[in-house]
Design a protein around this ligand. Structure first.
Ligand code: KG4
Ligand code: ZN
Length: 340
């Protein structure tokens, strides 16, 4: 019998549903929420309301595109946390209600775990190779920056993490300082393509071991701009491409240095990168270049599965299903959530 999982993601500002059957992705629908743009960041109340409006049409479309009906599902996987509580409640309540109606189990998923397992996504008739265990994963999102040893689909060990801001936050905050709209990461990525990454340099953090720090970089960028703007009020506009390329380079340099070190220390050369920032074209290029030098096997999800999506929730649900790792109907969402 087939194992068919409906995945639901609603942790932040994307409402998404996907269907995975026997490990193969059949559909993945995402409704982005435009309402936040004019506020320069995600407004939790508005996010919850938009999830309420989007969730039924998104789930219906994902099922239709997969050629499935609800009663063909084996289980419903949904994001239990971390994320915005009001946003998580919408996905979790919907998943529980539907699961009760069609009498299937629910599987609560850790959003970060799902980001990592996005490297196991494959569509029909697609030949893809997957990382072998143990592999290293650089997980870079809006809220997290970690280096993880994946020992198995369901067994992880965090060996390095940020002591302050996440890499995505560094992108977003630097973009905000330059007057770019939220989220700034994709904007910086685009502008950086026409810029010189060595045009400007900013203070490099010295952090022990495999940990990261990005708050110093943000401050250094802020002070640098403040000084230049004194002489030329038009400095940012005139240098947008070079500023974007230089700040992106500084973030990539921090990330890749520690990843190289982690690979050397652990002897692991199967390397994955996941999370929203792994959509960054400069980071992807750098990892492939460095990987070729150090003889790594590199695995990065397609950009559409790097940022928040339900395909990764469904594939994580599939692997938990195989282990019989189901959740009880009385578990609650968790804004801060560590367990897998
Ligand atoms: O994983 P994600 O979609 O949501 C979280 O779980 O946080 O990551 C969102 C983060 C944001 O900070 C966003 O600016 C960043 O990923 N991001 C990018 C790119 N696309 C998304 N950063 C740099 N370049 C990109 N192309
Ligand atoms: Zn995410």
């Amino acid at each position: 019998m087939n194992i068919t999982i409906l995945g639901i993601e609603s942790s932040c500002d994307d409402t998404s549903a996907a269907v995975v059957e026997d490990g193969i992705l059949l559909s993945n629908r995402i409704a982005n929420q435009k309402v936040h743009q004019e506020y320069g960041g995600v407004v939790p109340e508005l996010a919850s309301r938009a999830h309420q409006q989007n969730i039924i049409p998104v789930v219906e479309t994902a099922l239709r595109e997969a050629g499935k009906t609800p009663d063909q599902m084996s289980a419903i996987a949904y994001t239990r946390g971390p994320g915005l509580m009001g946003a998580l409640l919408v996905g979790s309540s919907f998943a529980k209600g539907l699961a009760l109606a069609i009498r299937v189990p629910i599987i609560g998923i850790n959003h970060l775990h799902a980001h990592i397992l996005s490297v196991f996504l494959a569509r029909k008739n697609e030949t893809r190779s997957f990382p072998r265990f143990p592999f290293l994963c650089l997980l870079v999102s809006g809220g997290h920056t970690q280096i993880i040893i994946m020992k198995d689909h369901l067994e992880i060990e965090i060996i390095g993490q940020t002591i302050d801001d996440a890499a995505g936050e560094a992108f977003d905050k630097c973009a905000k300082v330059m007057g770019l709209p939220y989220p700034g990461g994709p904007m910086i990525d685009k502008l950086a393509r026409e810029g010189d990454p060595h045009a400007f340099s900013f203070g490099k953090p010295v952090i022990r071991g495999l940990d990261f720090s990005f708050s110093g970089l943000k401050t250094s960028f802020l002070y640098f701009l403040r000084d230049r703007l004194k002489d030329d009020p038009d400095f940012v506009r005139k240098n947008l491409n070079n500023l974007s390329a230089s700040i992106q380079e500084a973030i990539i340099d921090s990330l890749t240095r520690k990843l190289i070190r982690a690979s050397k220390e652990t002897g692991i050369r199967e390397i994955a990168v996941a999370g929203g920032v792994s959509a960054n074209s400069g980071l992807r290029e750098a990892i492939h270049r460095i990987g070729a030098h150090w003889n790594w096997s590199v695995f990065i999800p397609e950009a559409q599965y790097a940022t928040d999506n339900a395909a990764m929730i469904a594939i994580a649900g599939y692997h938990k299903y195989l282990r019989g790792d189901f959740s009880s109907q009385d578990i609650t969402p968790a804004a801060r959530f560590e367990q897998l």
